[in-house]
Design a protein around this ligand. Structure first.
Ligand code: SAM
Length: 251
């Protein structure tokens, strides 16, 4: 059981409006998708509730969606069914992927939405990136999105309390993030997420979960990508911006 198994049921309150519609989520990667041949084989290796995988299938791609959380994989399978999308789903952590797929199977691998920081430290991260790189065909591309941890760490431990209600499935919720920033980069950090569904006519339903994460600097990530045989071809990294995207190709 992973921490995300408990969050899966309420995950829509955590994703932005822009990521809710599968077609819109996929379209946000238009620049990377232009690099693909028609009917390309793609893997979303931290698929969460499946919006990206379903959106990619809607564009005619052959999509496999994997995640370490069984509950997340079930949600992806359910969303695919609802959209009539042919997405193959499988529960697998990053390091388990080479046991399920031959090397060079995919044209593109996605690891998006603040997932990679869940890999345990530099060693875990390199092992995860190595798995992703192995599954890419030569010339294939890894698409990665990340928080700018330089900014997150500079702010220190803190509470972020959503200043508006998030409405999903006819229910409103307040979302709280508690950031536990360790003294050094290499240590385990924590993000505690609480979703309080509020309704004047009924009880407040609270779900909270403590997630472990290991931050990394942008330069470390670049070096680690090179170490696993990936060359950065596009990067939106800006030390002042909250998030960035990296597209790296297999040499
Ligand atoms: C913040 S969510 C992002 C989900 C989705 N990509 C999105 O953008 O909404 C992080 C996801 O990474 C998955 N994850 C965490 N550790 C993992 C691992 N070792 N291998 C594969 N997936 C993992 C979690 O289960 C979760 O679904």
């Amino acid at each position: 059981m992973t921490a995300y198994d408990a969050l899966a049921e309420v995950y829509e309150w955590l994703i932005s409006d822009a990521k809710l519609a599968p077609a819109e989520f996929a379209a946000s990667f238009d620049d990377a998708l232009r690099l693909l041949p028609p009917g390309a084989h793609v893997l979303d290796c931290s698929c969460g509730t499946g919006q990206l995988a379903v959106g990619l299938a809607g564009l005619g791609m052959q999509v496999v969606a994997t995640d370490a959380s069984e509950a997340m994989v079930r949600r992806t399978a359910k969303l695919s069914e609802e959209f009539g999308a042919a997405v193959r789903t499988l529960r697998a952590g990053w390091e388990e992927l080479p046991g399920h797929f031959d090397d060079s199977t995919f044209d593109m691998v996605f690891c998006v939405g603040n997932s990679l920081h869940h890999a345990a430290g530099a060693k875990g991260r390199v092992a995860a990136l190595e798995s992703m790189a192995r599954l890419l065909r030569p010339g294939g591309h890894l698409v990665l999105t990340s928080r700018t941890w330089e900014l997150v760490r500079a702010r220190g431990s803190r509470l972020d309390i959503g200043d508006r209600l998030v409405r999903r499935n006819g229910r409103a919720a307040v979302v709280v993030y508690r950031w536990e920033i360790a003294p050094t980069w290499a240590e385990e950090h924590h993000i505690e997420i609480a979703i309080a569904q509020v309704d004047a006519a009924g009880p407040v339903l609270v779900r909270s979960e403590l997630l472990s994460c290991w931050p990394y600097r942008y330069e470390e990530l670049e070096a680690e990508l090179r170490r696993v045989g990936l060359r950065t071809e596009l990067s939106t990294f800006d030390p002042e911006a909250e998030n960035y995207t990296v597209v790296a190709s297999k040499v």
